[in-house]
Design a protein around this ligand. Structure first.
Ligand code: NAI
Length: 296
């Protein structure tokens, strides 16, 4: 927990997909009460299963006791009613990377939470400023950008807009530290720090694969064993989700007009065909379980 003047004891998370489920887990793991909101009962169950699977792996690896896992999951209230976040001091939105959807959620949250509450988006590439315009108090709107998988990756980018209140930034950075994460503060420019540097590289790898320049295994092996990256670019794209990766690249391209970010056509084709990566069971690789690539 933090020593901030804001009451962050209860945290809302909107959207329990790849990122939201992980973010809910991170807060719950660090003692926070979490209200996790999804659209439908079906997606809510998927979100709950995601948290149970992820914490179950920690139990199997001996990093978490069964009691601690039950307590952790018990700290998350799963709901389909967004109004249930009304007492939260911070709400983190982690729904699809589409501006109109996020603005709709921020408009609704603005009416639900107290004026002291901080509204954060986990967007990877959209303008936090534009998302904030959907609210009546844009000074309390920030980006809190976790990395995938949120329970594992230590970085949190905190995005300030030109109207973000300095105290909100400080409180958010302190909150991130209370999650054992390293916060970095960055202005509201597409891609922030890490993705601005990373996605040109991932897109280039997809183009090389598309041009039959090398096999997926060799592309990935080159970066792992030649450059010391923990994952190859195509396996990483599968982890990110090809739909999300496409949206991020498309937004960065539209903002910066840098050809590096013009999404490789194969990404769009794979998304249209339903090959979204790990979350759909198939992307550049085929997945049996959530984490083991099976070569087909
Ligand atoms: P996802 O597609 O896995 O999950 C999105 C979830 O939001 C879905 O479960 C969907 O049912 C839910 N949702 C949609 N509309 C909703 C609503 N109105 N109310 C409640 N739930 C709703 O997407 P993912 O990958 O988790 O991305 C979420 C956000 O996180 C995006 O802004 C993305 O750019 C960002 N992000 C993604 C990363 C990644 O590696 N996938 C990394 C860091 C940030």
């Amino acid at each position: 927990m933090t020593s901030s003047t804001r009451d962050f004891s209860s945290i809302g998370v909107i959207g329990l997909g790849t990122m939201g489920a992980g973010i809910a887990e991170v807060f719950a793991r660090n003692g926070y009460q979490v209200v996790g909101v999804e659209q439908t009962e079906e997606s809510l169950e998927r979100g709950r299963a995601h948290v149970e699977h992820s914490t179950g792996r920690a139990v199997k690896r001996g990093k978490l006791s069964e009691e601690a896992q039950a307590e952790l999951v018990g700290r998350i209230a799963f709901t389909t009613d967004m109004a249930d976040v009304k007492d939260c001091g911070l709400v983190v939105e982690a729904v699809v990377e589409k501006l109109h959807v996020k603005q709709q959620i921020f408009r609704a949250l603005d009416e639900i939470v107290s004026v002291d509450a901080v509204l954060a988006t986990n967007t990877s590439s959209l303008s936090v400023t534009e998302i904030g315009t959907a609210t009546s108090h844009p000074g309390r709107v920030i980006g809190v950008h976790f990395f995938n998988p949120a329970p594992v990756q230590n970085l949190v980018e905190i995005i300030r807009t030109v109207v973000t209140e300095p105290q909100v930034l400080e409180d958010a950075a302190e909150l991130a530290r209370s999650l054992q994460k390293t916060p970095v503060v960055v202005g509201d420019k597409a891609g922030f720090i890490a993705n601005a540097l990373l996605f040109g590289y991932l897109n280039h790898a997809a183009s090389m694969f598309e041009g039959h320049y090398a096999t997926r295994e060799d592309l990935d092996a080159a970066m792992r064993f030649g450059c010391g990256y923990p994952m190859g670019p195509l396996a990483l794209l599968d982890l990110i989700g090809l739909d999300t990766a496409f949206e991020i690249l498309d937004t960065m391209y539209k903002q910066g007009r840098d050809r590096l970010h013009a999404p490789a056509p194969i990404l769009k084709q794979m998304v249209t065909a339903g090959l979204l990566g790990r979350k759909s069971g198939r992307g550049f690789y085929t997945y049996e379980a959530a984490d083991s690539p099976v070569v087909v």
